[in-house]
Design a protein around this ligand. Structure first.
Ligand code: SF4
Length: 244
């Protein structure tokens, strides 16, 4: 049970997400909270592999060597303009794995995913469901910044996929949150828009690790009216996690 202080903090984080009284309001007519998310059971999703890991030895690497491999990687052209590769950050035994799209300018400079405004919002989104950044693991579909913040090309995502697949294998998270279209589409091997992937439960490859899709914090900064939906997704993820 959440204490009054915890509740206050949570409301603060919610406010930073642009959600002011939602937590107190309760479902208006049962539409929001009670919306039943379609559930895809394990194995029901055709092919949602994040990456065909392991056409080489990446699938067998341990953390330190994996990190070194990423930091010196030249598997795709994104290495040419990066300041540094952004490996990922967080708890190697995290139960929650958060996956975004690609490093931006701040991340490229600092070598850490989700710093800057989007990172701050992500931190608050996590805190709103009681998670500190240090508890989770945060990674991206590609480890190097695409020039001019363009989306990673499919072949770039494909080249980088074995690294993320290895990170997932090492962490063995209980739940994965896919932030935004690029993360969702690459993890689920689909062209479907985020809007149609939200509210559903998928599974990572043939595992029993559920994937919940929500909006990318950078998108939420541009489209604050969607923060409420992201909050619904986080609540659904929290509820699902509690049942695991
Ligand atoms: Fe290597 Fe991934 Fe960077 Fe491409 S994006 S150079 S595959 S680490």
């Amino acid at each position: 049970m959440m204490s009054a202080t915890d509740q206050d903090k949570r409301l603060h984080y919610l406010e930073s997400m642009g959600i002011q009284v939602w937590a107190h309001r309760g479902p208006k007519s049962g539409q929001d909270r009670n919306r039943q998310a379609p559930v895809a059971e394990p194995g029901a999703v055709e092919d949602n592999s994040a990456a065909t890991a392991g056409q080489d030895d990446i699938a067998g690497l341990e953390w330190e060597v994996l990190r070194e491999r990423v930091l010196s990687c030249t598997r795709c052209d994104l290495h040419k303009q990066r300041t540094q590769a952004v490996f990922g950050v967080g708890n190697h035994s995290a139960q929650w794995l958060i996956i975004g799209e690609a490093p931006g300018a701040d991340e490229d400079r600092q070598g850490e995913p989700f710093v800057g405004r989007a990172g701050k919002l992500l931190n608050n989104m996590l805190l709103a469901i009681g998670l500190r950044r240090a508890e989770v693991y945060i990674a991206n579909i590609v480890k190097c910044r695409p020039p001019n913040n363009r989306e990673p090309a499919p072949e770039e995502a494909q080249s980088c996929a074995p690294y993320l697949a290895r990170q997932i294998a090492l962490i063995k998270p209980k739940i994965i949150i896919a932030l935004g279209r690029v993360a969702a589409q690459n993890l689920l091997k689909t062209d479907s828009p985020v809007g149609s992937l939200r509210g559903k439960r998928f599974y990572y490859e043939q595992s029993d690790i559920p994937i919940i899709v929500t909006y990318h914090p950078a998108y939420l900064l541009r489209s604050p009216q969607e923060k409420r939906k992201a909050w619904q997704d986080l609540l659904a993820a929290q509820e699902l996690f509690s049942s695991l």
